[in-house]
Design a protein around this ligand. Sequence first.
Ligand code: VGL
Ligand code: ZN
Length: 202
Amino acid sequence: MNALLIIDVQNDFCPGGALAVPDGDQVIPVINRMVESFGHVIQTQDWHPKDHSSFASSHEGKNPYDTIQVDYGEQILWPDHCVQGTNGAEFHSKLETNKSEVIIRKGFRKKIDSYSAFFENDKKTKTGLSGYLKERGVSDLYVCGLATDFCVKWSVLDGIKEGFTIHVLEDAVKGIDIEGSVEKAWKEMKSAGANIILSSQI
Ligand code: VGL
Ligand code: ZN
């Protein structure tokens, strides 16, 4: 069974937001068309407490995009974004969300960031999505949303590890791009076995 997985199409990742992905909102009409074609739709929502450890503001003397070492390795520090209950954390108002059957929230533990829809960045803490999909009989995930080089990439890599067949909708994702991270993300997703397709191929 197929499902569409929409990653983090939230105000803070769209133009005008706190961690805006360049042209991030341009994925919305493409995704809305995909929603019409899919029988099952799943979304993720980045959902941080206001003093989250991934925020530069939580670390004295640090600036956004600095990196620090934490228990689970390197962590990029972000501008405050997707704070629980704020407008920035809401889905973009133009995104079609009515059909979504489940919304996975991630990044709500203060000490652990979470890019992937499946595991938090410690690579151990599960979101529960894998079990949900397996119980529902989903085998193939069509991934779209924001951002190509972080939450999309890690969801794709973990989805493959969890045994799903992963298709990435190339024209329905956009990246942040820090020092070539978008190009690197495409390489990693391809070499892990992701199937890269265009929305017109659906
Ligand atoms: C994301 C950075 C921090 C994403 C979330 O959705 O790609 N990136 N939090
Ligand atoms: Zn985040």
